[in-house]
Design a binder for this molecule. Structure first.
Ligand code: HEM
Length: 461
């Protein structure tokens, strides 16, 4: 890896930024409204902004070329920050999301085959079947929290595609896993925002609940792995677990059972809440934009009539995908990627970065840069016609991150969202409960405080 050193003696651009409060720095502003506040910093101070949180210095990088440097060109010099890694380890074990350096490379090599396009395509049937089963339980005029409904649906889909949990037969198991993960995630959300993180051995209520949840989770997953091993490693049940157990690189290296377990937990967590948030925001946006919704219905009715969508239909439903992309522009579920820390002094464009400096990269901020998205607040799926999409610089739009750590479930998530939006919008219109406020809840993922209560109106097919 080549590292650009600051040429000694030559001036480098200094990073401007807010003064912040004594001791707190900008912590209070971030807690009050992190994504919008970060966007404001980028608007006010430019592409490389300095800010402090409790005596620690950070930089917000909000220029596509500089982001490419961090995530791609100089990726090896920008591993994930130690604090993020430690908190992720606590939450989801030492899987792909928390590994760094050579260990990350190895895990990625062994996990990647499970996400091969052909493999992922085979899950389309499950995604539609489970969505249809959910819709069969809805009734005309029913009120529901769409955030909860999408979370339950993506949870069941991920349980099925990860380790073959049948919707009915293994409903209990999937729900127990979901509940345990909910506890673990809530603890992680708190710790990511806390100025001081207490050791895990302290018997606080949160630590005790997390330990209990982890025990439930590990017991179920260890049993699943042991059952599969007992069937013989060569047996392919068609799910991601089979692929992880079979995966072996040229040198004959395989994952241990503990590694497979951490990978399963990682994939379950990373692949569930993110997609359900993307869907929830899409339903919200559609409910506010009837013209877009009508165009969506025309596309779906013209292509599908009354039959459910299938994988082969997706290339013929381009407007549906444009809506999803635009929804993830305005409300990227991963609103900030994990903090990156400079392993050595280097230059980012004209800016000197010192070893140990921590960098924030935010899809939310990038997606609202007026230079790339004029009138950025406006929901406009026509931004995503192929010509306009091609004209965008890479990393102006980055809902899945980029470089060697780009989301491994990118294709899975897009296909899932495409099929679910098509299947639901074909049968129902969703209306937001009048006066329900939109109030961003920026935890590890971006949701709405108070969920998304909506009324389902059955469409005449
Ligand atoms: C709309 C849905 C999703 C969004 C917006 C999303 C977003 C992201 C982002 C931004 C990253 C990079 C984080 C960073 O560099 O710090 C990431 C990484 C990751 N995602 Fe996703 N994700 C989604 C769905 C999924 C799904 C469905 C899965 C798996 C089934 C998944 C598994 C992962 C994993 C394992 C990583 C870590 C990859 C690595 O570091 O090598 N994600 N995701």
């Amino acid at each position: 890896m080549e590292i650009a050193h600051p040429p000694t003696g030559l001036p480098t651009a200094s990073a401007p930024g807010p003064k912040g409060q004594p001791f707190f720095g900008v912590a209070r502003d971030l807690i009050a409204g992190a994504p919008l506040y970060l966007s404001h910093l980028a608007d006010t101070y430019g592409p490389f902004t300095r800010f402090d949180i409790f005596f620690k210095r950070f930089y917000l990088v909000s220029d596509p070329e500089l982001i490419r440097e961090v995530l791609v060109t100089q990726a090896a010099n920008f591993p994930k920050d130690d604090r993020d890694v430690a908190l992720l380890d606590r939450a989801i074990g030492h899987g792909l999301v928390s590994a760094n350096g050579e260990e990350h490379k190895r895990q990625r090599r062994l996990t990647q085959p499970a996400f091969h396009t052909r493999r992922i395509d085979a899950y389309a049937g499950t995604m539609v079947e489970y969505t249809e089963a959910m819709l069969d339980e809805w009734a005309d005029g029913q009120e529901l929290d769409v955030a909860e409904a999408m979370s339950a649906l993506t949870m069941l889909i991920v349980a099925r595609t990860l380790f073959g949990a049948d919707r009915v037969a293994m409903k209990d198991t999937a729900e127990r896993i979901g509940a345990a993960i909910h506890v673990i995630q809530a603890a992680a959300d708190k710790e990511f925002q806390a100025p001081l993180v207490l050791p895990e051995w302290l018997p606080t209520a949160m630590n005790r609940q997390r330990r209990a949840a982890r025990e439930v989770l590990y017991e179920i997953i260890d049993r699943l792995i042991a059952d599969r091993r007992a069937q013989g490693n060569a047996a392919d049940s068609g799910d991601l677990l089979s692929m992880l157990l079979q995966s072996c690189d040229e040198a004959g290296d395989r994952m241990s059972d503990a590694e497979v377990r951490d990978q399963l937990v990682t994939l379950f967590v990373a692949g569930h809440e993110t997609t359900s948030n993307a869907l929830t925001w899409t339903w919200y946006l559609l409910s506010q934009h009837p013209v877009v919704e009508t165009r969506l219905h025309e596309e779906l009715d013209g292509m599908l009539g009354s039959r459910p969508p299938a994988l082969a239909d997706l290339p013929h439903l381009p407007y549906t995908m444009q809506i999803i992309k635009e929804s993830m522009r305005l409300y990227p579920p991963a609103w900030v990627v994990n903090v990156r820390r400079a392993a050595a002094d280097t230059m980012l464009g004209p800016y000197a970065v010192r070893q140990g400096d921590s960098l924030w990269l935010s899809p939310f901020v990038m997606h609202r840069r007026p230079a790339f998205f004029p009138d950025p607040e406006r929901f406009d799926p026509d931004r995503w016609t192929p010509e306009r999409e091609r004209a965008l610089p890479k990393f102006a739009y980055m809902p899945f991150g980029g470089g060697p750590r780009v989301c491994i479930g990118n294709g899975f998530a897009l296909m899932e969202a495409h099929l679910i939006v098509a299947a639901v919008a074909q049968r129902y219109r969703l209306h937001l409960r009048p006066d329900h406020p939109i109030d961003l809840n920026a935890q590890i993922t971006l949701s709405n405080h108070g969920g998304m209560p909506m009324t389902a109106e059955r469409r005449a097919l």
